[in-house]
Design a protein around this ligand. Structure first.
Ligand SMILES: [Zn+2]
Ligand SMILES: [Zn+2]
Length: 332
C-alpha cells in the first residue's frame, strides 16, 4: 500500500503524473455496465494511478462513480492460506472448503493440501510443482514458533520464480517497508532456511540465481506493508457459522495475499472506497459513497472504529506514516 505520508517524497513536481498503463497489472474489469459499444469489450476501470504531491502514488477516479458501485476487481499475485486453516481453505484461492465434500486432496511426499477445484490445482502448478519437491518442515516450524505469516508468501513467490511462472522482480513496483537492523537479521536467518530447503531438494544454483539475501529482504519488506489480510464476507450460511467458529479460535482471516493495483490505494480513516472479498481471494474494490471524477480513491488499512491515538500508533508501527487525513486533522 502507499500510505498518505510516506518515508519518501515523490521527485516529480507535476501534481499528477501518469504511471504505466494499468492494463499491465492483473486487474479485471467489471462487465456489468461498462461495455464498449463498438468493440463489445469491457472498457477499462474508471481509475488511473498517478503521483500525488504529498502522498506518493495514488488511485484517482477518471469519471464519477456512484455509492456502492464496483470500481474494479483484482486478482492476487501471491496468496497463502493461514497455516491453521490448511485443511479448511483452498490452497490457492483461499475459498472455504465444506465438510460435505467437493474439495480435492493432493498428497505429496511431504504434505497433504486441499483445493476447491481443478482450476485452482492448475493455477497452482506455477509454484506447487517446485514446492512439493522440498521438505519445508524446518521453514514452517521456524514461522510457527515466531508466529510469522509473510515468509510463506516469499516462499511461494520463490517457487513461482524457479518454475518460471513469475519474474523475480514481480513486486519491485511496490513500496518497501523501512527496516530496522533486528528485522534484517531475522530475515537473513529465514533466507538461509529457504535457500537450504531448496538446495536439499536438489535445485541447482543456476535455477536459484535470483535467490539472494537482498532479494529475500526486498520481497519481504514489500510484503510487510502491502499484503492484505483476507477475510471473506458473505457466502453461505455454513460460511457464516465457520467464520463465527473461526473468530472464537482467534483466526478469522483465511490467509494473506499480495496485489499490485489495490496496493496503490492510499489510506484514509474515513475512506470513500473499500476492498472486500466475497468467496475467495479475488478482491472487489467498491465505492462507499458518491465519488467525483478526479477525486482520489482511498481505503482504510485498519479498523476505522479505533480512536485517533490508536489509529495513529497502528498506522505508524504497521505502515510507517502519520495519518493526516481530514478525520485525523479534525482530531476525531
Ligand atoms: Zn480454489
Ligand atoms: Zn487518518
Amino acid at each position: 500500500m502507499s500510505p498518505v505520508t510516506r518515508l519518501y517524497t515523490p521527485l516529480l513536481k507535476n501534481k499528477l503524473h501518469k504511471l504505466p498503463a494499468l492494463s499491465s497489472f492483473s486487474t479485471t474489469t467489471p462487465n456489468y455496465n461498462t461495455t464498449d459499444q463498438q468493440t463489445n469489450r469491457p472498457s477499462p476501470p474508471p481509475i488511473q494511478v498517478s503521483i500525488t504531491e504529498s502522498a506518493g502514488r495514488g488511485v484517482f477516479a477518471t469519471r464519477s462513480i456512484g455509492a456502492g458501485d464496483l470500481i474494479h476487481t483484482a486478482k492476487p499475485l501471491i496468496t497463502h492460506p493461514s497455516i491453521s486453516l490448511l485443511s479448511d481453505v483452498c490452497y490457492f484461492c483461499l475459498k472455504r472448503l465444506h465438510s460435505g465434500g467437493g474439495s480435492i486432496q493432493v498428497n505429496s511426499q511431504y504434505q497433504t493440501i486441499h483445493f476447491c477445484s481443478e482450476d485452482c490445482i492448475q493455477q497452482s502448478n506455477g509454484f506447487y510443482e517446485v514446492e512439493k519437491q522440498a521438505d519445508w518442515s524446518a521453514y514452517d516450524e521456524h514461522c510457527r514458533v515466531l508466529g510469522l505469516k509473510y515468509p510463506h508468501l516469499v516462499k511461494r513467490l520463490a517457487c513461482m520464480v524457479i518454475s518460471g511462472a513469475a519474474p523475480a522482480e514481480s513486486l519491485d513496483i511496490l513500496q518497501p517497508a523501512g527496516l530496522i537492523p533486528e528485522m534484517i537479521l531475522e530475515m537473513e536467518n529465514e533466507f538461509g532456511l529457504l535457500k537450504s530447503t531448496l538446495t536439499k531438494a536438489g535445485f541447482k544454483d543456476a535455477q536459484m540465481e535470483f535467490l539472494t539475501k537482498q532479494w529475500y529482504i526486498g520481497v519481504l519488506a514489500r510484503i510487510r506493508i502491502n499484503a492484505f489480510r483476507i477475510e471473506l464476507v458473505g457466502g453461505s450460511y455454513e460460511d457464516l457459522l465457520l467464520s463465527a467458529a473461526a473468530s472464537v479460535d482467534a483466526e478469522s482471516a483465511v490467509g494473506n495475499a499480495v496485489y499490485i493495483l489495490p496496493s496503490f490505494y492510499n489510506h484514509d480513516c474515513d475512506p470513500n472506497s473499500h476492498i472486500i472479498w466475497i468467496e475467495n481471494v479475488n478482491a472487489r474494490l467498491k465505492a462507499l459513497r458518491d465519488i467525483e471524477a478526479g477525486e482520489e480513491l482511498r481505503i482504510c488499512y485498519i479498523d476505522a472504529s479505533m480512536d485517533h491515538g490508536a489509529r495513529q500508533n497502528l498506522l505508524f508501527e504497521g505502515f510507517g506514516f502519520r495519518c493526516k487525513c481530514p478525520r485525523c486533522l479534525s482530531g476525531d
